[in-house]
Design a protein around this ligand. Structure first.
Ligand code: SAM
Ligand code: SF4
Length: 328
């Protein structure tokens, strides 16, 4: 599918649940969250139907996310069925890694192609402060099991929070390099009540890494690769033979012009843009006997509604659902 701005949409992020076994400060409050009921979330059958129709409209890559996708039962079976849909070229997942230790091999066998694992700290107490869970050991064991299972390329995603984990930037770079993994720093987006003042830009993070390893190279952004579905990150090598580090910069450098994705929330809403309120209800259509043709029409409509760019930096930006309810 091509949108009005010439962007080729071939990638769909599918949120399997709004539930999570963590409570990361920038994503979810500790308490008082209204969770979707079983009836409200799309069944696997419904998700598979949407994907099989989306494939006809040119979607070839699926990323499973959440909430935490691995807290939903039966995910390996779902992956197997998605992989069997003709036209799907890859199925990947974004996870907090807590349950990966026990599931990595089964996920690999089910056909999962690769995995992104979120890791904001390698210090136990700080990890616990950020995620509000004592889970560092489990996550590191999950990362190592994912490597062992061959779920590569594995990427680690780190959200840097000023005054919290910005002192660990170099340690995290070394941690990833030691395991030959790609690390990407994500700029924090203002989704929770207490994260408007602790923003650290990718520029500041780059300076810290360059101070240790040497100047950053020209970024490696292969536009054609991006249009083919690679993530909206820019990768830099620091120094002659130093580490390669990625940056995802929704705040300081919009990647909207390269956005190739649609999002499906756990309750069956299509989101043309992560950072807009706009949602198109697919669940009602799915549950009222619509034809595949109708579904194709709704998908095309969602693509047509993709805005040219988001308003995150402007005064008129209003938060949409929290990240755990969208899927990041
Ligand atoms: N639970 C999984 C995980 O944490 O990887 C998948 C869902 S999570 C919403 C997807 C990604 O969004 C994670 O890498 C997380 O760090 C990121 N994220 C969540 N809230 C964010 C925020 N306010 N700003 C930037 N990234 C955020
Ligand atoms: Fe859960 Fe991921 Fe949100 Fe953290 S970022 S609370 S792990 S959904």
């Amino acid at each position: 599918m091509k949108d009005d701005y010439g962007r080729h949409i071939d990638y769909m992020r599918v949120s399997l649940t709004d539930r999570c076994n963590f409570r990361c400060r920038y994503c979810m409050p500790e308490e008082g969250i209204d969770m979707l009921s079983h009836r409200e979330i799309l069944s696997f059958e419904e998700i598979l139907r949407v994907i099989s129709v989306a494939v006809k409209r040119g979607i070839t890559k699926i990323r499973l996310t959440g909430g935490e996708p691995l807290v939903r039962k039966g995910v390996p079976g779902l992956i197997r069925r998605i992989k069997s849909i003709e036209g799907i070229s890859s199925v990947s997942m974004t996870t907090n890694g807590y349950l990966l230790g026990e599931m990595a091999h089964e996920l690999k066998e089910s056909g999962l192609d690769r995995v992104n694992i979120s890791l904001d700290s390698i210090k136990r107490e700080k990890f616990q402060h950020i995620t509000r869970r004592d889970g560092l050991e489990m996550v590191i064991s999950g990362i190592d099991k994912a490597i062992e299972a061959g779920l590569s390329p594995i990427k680690l995603n780190t959200v840097v929070i000023g005054g919290t984990n910005d002192d660990e930037i170099l340690d995290l770079v070394r941690f990833a390099a030691g395991r030959k993994l790609t690390l990407r720093f994500i700029e924090q987006m203002p989704f929770s009540d207490d994260n408007r003042d602790d923003f650290i830009s990718a520029h500041e993070i780059k300076d810290i890494i360059a101070g240790k390893f040497g100047t950053a190279s020209v970024p490696d952004i292969d536009e054609s690769a991006l249009f083919k579905g690679f993530g909206p990150s820019e990768h830099y090598r620091f120094g002659e033979n130093g580490p390669v580090v990625g940056f995802i910069t929704p705040i300081s450098n919009h990647f909207c012009s390269r956005c190739n994705r649609l999002r499906l929330t756990a309750d069956g809403k299509l989101k043309p843009c992560l950072l807009s309120h706009d949602e198109i209800d697919l669940r009602t259509a799915l549950r009222s006997g619509c034809s595949d043709r109708d579904l194709e029409g709704i998908l095309s409509y969602a693509v047509d509604r993709k805005p040219k760019g988001h308003l995150l930096n402007s005064d008129i930006f209003e938060r949409s659902r929290g990240m755990s309810k969208i899927g990041g």
